[in-house]
Write a protein that binds this ligand. Structure first.
Ligand code: HDE
Length: 755
């Protein structure tokens, strides 16, 4: 391991910008050559379970949940062993009777290896199968003891480690990230009073009101059972058949057909607890609550044509984006906000707070910020952490309790139940990622894969032989809120549940014109995929109740005439008819360009100085600037200096980038123009509303693509910047940053698209 190796390590570290916390764990220091002449050493000693305060500090400094350290393994400098710890001499050849003879049954090394491999897969989640996760922490702004005794809110500045998994719902584990779908937003708080799972979505309402309908909803949206199609898509007959027969789905359909269904990044979407929960304080007083996560980066989305193309260009688009941001130290952050309200307030609303198809407009109950969540560490192992994590709505801690939402009731059962199949038994809570930080003491025993070794003769309570231990905590433990209940035992729904359209209309009317157009486009696309015209008509009849204008525009795109509207079961006079918070534009973010991906197209003969100065300026602002050329490697600029292209026009199409810089230099531009992908790149950037900066000679590329800087309205497109001379570069670069910070320039959108 000489100087050469040290240089190679430095180079590796440069190419793979691990965040400082993890550098060593990936074995970087030793990855270049295997250790030579190493003697066998015992595996590293298991550290004892760390204390909770250590865990909290560790979470904040990017160490994740400290107790996981005791199970993290690292093969650096270690010899290969069997699962019994026996060193393996030959990992290439099975044991044979003669080199050309039969392989021997005795070969326990081969058999162990193959047997383990044969059993590597576990069932995927029945819904939310595809997900991406990260560690981090929640930090309370102030003590919230007036409302709740829940541990994370006990004191100002209190830190609680979290593990968060984002997911799509319908697609299978290997499906694409950018499908139109709801996104799961599940947070596991490892509190010092046990685990609390807030298992939410990126949309504040749900398709159905009663758990009884969940299997039907999921059977309708999943691939059709006879032919297994389509994957990760709701645009098929069975989903819309169900939806059109269940008007309670309408409000959530509006959200999913909107840009919320195709987020730009998991880091740029909101999260919602959806149901009404209860906060309980130390005196046992209850308040109702709704949970909101607001992303610091603002809420941003893809456009549909882009989402479809991203699926082909990088099916791991969201997973990669989250991973890369955390590795680069750009830790995503959300603010937790609460809508806290009393039972009396709830009674007075025109909707029922137990109905998960309804939200509470922020005009009625404002969202109070109570803390922030930062994700600062990627998992070490996808399977052990992201796949094996088991969220469960029944995981609540003292201070948090349920409401009587009938959808929530079904969930309280379902999540625990499903893990028993998925994770192979009732001891899934012992899997390290699921284990609470506080110790577990109870009389539950045995079962498959038991890890704990409970000591003593007593596994029952009451007992005298164990001194009565473990003993009940009484009021210090979890006590269900003593809500008085009476009524006949019956199947049915409360009256206000029958209103299915008021809030769907509220949502639609609260959108900007661009958002409305996208919703219309979403419905048009999905319904156009149906093969049974009657379903399309029934759906339109239902949408007539949301907005006749919207239904008319959707119908026009489908080439059908407007049906009669579906009869409404109940008409409500709402408290608010417009709620600006429901538009994605309500959370624009800071408007900076941090973590935005910018493509700089280059080819031999481009002007090097301007391109390099823009790359440096972008990097200084925290953007990810990537040089893309017809082929990888060195690009010779007009003045002879070399640039390094790290991606090609072929392997990195336009949809993977938020903005585009086109270079100056007539020769280079002419070369780029010879590649069809260049034109496709420019056209797609334009079509998807992204910012383009064209330096000097590259004006020709815009012209070739038929792009003008005049908007359909006659105004100048703020997202197309051109610089005639290098003298004006600084000014253009500042204008470019402002334009990229706006994320998109939808004013140039036309339906049908111009390009
Ligand atoms: Fe889920 N849901 N769900 N769900 N859900 C699951 O649990 C279920 C609902 C949500 O990253 C499953 O561990 C029922 C609403 C997320 O691991 C399962 C009902 C909301 C995740 C299940 C609902 C969600 C799940 C499948 C209606 C938003 C992924 C695997 C009564 C508030 C968690 C698993 C992760 C996963 C059942 C409705 C969110 C089968 C029965 C409403 C984010 O238990």
């Amino acid at each position: 391991r000489g100087a050469q190796q040290a240089a190679a390590i430095d180079e590796l570290a440069r190419l793979m910008p691990f965040n400082a916390n993890k550098h060593k764990e990936f074995g970087c220091d030793n990855a270049i050559s295997p250790p030579v002449g190493q003697t066998l050493e015992s595996t590293s000693e298991l550290t004892s379970c760390s204390t909770l305060s250590e865990s909290n500090v560790s979470a904040k400094t990017g160490g994740g949940v400290a107790s996981l350290d005791s199970v993290r393994t690292d093969a650096t400098d270690q010899v290969l062993t069997t699962n019994q710890g026996v060193a393996v001499g030959d990992n290439q050849n099975s044991l044979k009777a003669g080199l050309r003879g039969p392989t021997l049954l005795e070969d326990f090394i081969l058999r162990e290896k193959i047997t383990h491999f044969d059993h590597e897969r576990i069932p995927e989640r029945i819904v939310h199968a595809r997900g991406s996760a990260a560690h981090g922490y929640f930090e309370a702004y102030e003590a919230l003891t007036e409302f709740t005794r829940a541990a994370p809110f006990a004191a100002a500045g209190k830190v609680t480690p979290v593990f968060v998994r984002f997911s799509t719902v319908a697609g299978e584990r290997g499906s694409v990230d950018t499908a139109r779908d709801v996104r799961g937003f599940a947070v596991k708080f490892y509190t010092d009073e046990g685990n609390w799972d807030l298992v939410g979505n990126n949309i504040p309402v749900f398709f159905i009101q009663d758990a009884m309908k969940f299997p039907d909803l999921i059977h309708a949206v999943k691939p059709e059972p006879h032919n297994g199609m389509p994957q990760a898509a709701s645009a098929h007959d069975t989903f819309w058949d169900f939806a059109s027969l269940m008007p309670e789905t309408t409000h959530t359909l509006m959200w999913v057909m909107s840009d919320r269904g195709i987020p730009r990044s998991l880091r740029m979407m909101q999260g919602f607890g959806v149901h009404t929960f209860r906060l309980i304080n130390a005196n046992g007083d209850s308040h109702f609550v709704k949970f909101h996560w607001k992303p610091k980066l603002g809420t941003h989305s893809l456009v549909w044509d882009e989402a479809v193309k991203v699926a082909g260009a990088d099916s791991d688009f969201h997973r990669r984006d989250l991973w890369d941001a955390i590795e680069a130290g750009e830790y995503p952050e959300w603010e937790l906000g609460l809508q806290i309200f009393t039972e009396a307030q709830a009674e007075s609303f025109s909707f029922d707070v137990l109905d998960a198809t309804k939200l509470i407009p922020e005009e009625l109950v404002p969202v109070t910020p109570v803390g922030r969540m930062v994700l600062n560490r990627n998992p070490d192992n996808f399977f052990a952490e992201t796949e094996q994590v088991a969220f469960c709505t029944a995981h609540v801690v003292p201070g948090i309790d349920f409401s009587n939402d009938p959808l929530l009731a079904g969930r309280i059962h379902s999540y625990l139940d499903t893990q028993i199949t998925r994770l192979g038994g009732a001891n899934f809570h012992e899997i390290p990622i699921n284990a609470p930080l506080v110790p577990i003491h109870n009389n539950q025993r045995d079962g498959l894969h038991r890890q704990a070794i409970p000591r003593g003769r007593v596994a029952y309570e009451p007992n005298s032989l164990g001194g009565g231990c473990p003993f009940q905590a009484g009021a210090a433990g979890f006590v269900s809120f003593p809500e008085p209940v009476e009524g006949d035992k019956l199947r049915g729904k409360p009256e206000k549940f029958a209103d299915h359209y008021t809030q769907a209309t509220l949502f639609y009317e609260s959108q900007t014109e661009v958002e409305k157009a996208h919703i219309i486009g979403g419905f048009r696309f999905e319904l156009s995929k149906l093969t049974v015209p009657a379903i399309r008509e029934r759906m339109l009849a239902s949408l007539m109740n949301v907005s006749v204008d919207m239904a008319t525009k959707i119908a026009a795109g489908l080439g059908v005439s407007l049906p009669e509207n579906m009869p409404k079961a109940l008409a409500i006079t709402p408290e608010v008819t417009i709620s600006p918070a429901l538009s994605l534009t309500a959370l624009p973010g800071a408007g900076d360009i941090r973590t935005r991906k910018v493509a700089i197209l280059v080819a031999d003969g481009v002007d090097g100085a301007s391109v390099m100065s823009i790359q440096a300026a972008l990097t200084a602002e925290g953007a990810v600037a990537c040089m893309i050329a017809p082929r990888l490697g060195a690009v010779q600029t007009a003045d002879g200096t070399l640039l390094l292209a790290t991606a090609t026009l072929e392997n990195s199409p336009s949809v993977l980038f938020d903005a585009l810089v086109l270079p100056d230099g007539a020769k280079g531009v002419a070369l780029l123009a010879r590649y069809g992908q260049t034109l496709e790149f420019v056209t797609n950037q334009y079509r998807h509303g992204k910012t383009i900066l064209a330096l000097g000679a590259s004006k020709a590329l815009l012209e070739k693509a038929g792009i003008t800087i005049t908007l359909p309205s006659g105004e100048t497109d703020p997202g197309i910047l051109q610089t005639a001379s290098v003298d004006a570069l600084d000014e253009s670069v500042s204008a470019f940053f402002v334009a990229v910070g706006k994320h998109r320039h939808p004013a140039r959108e036309l339906d049908p698209p111009l390009i």
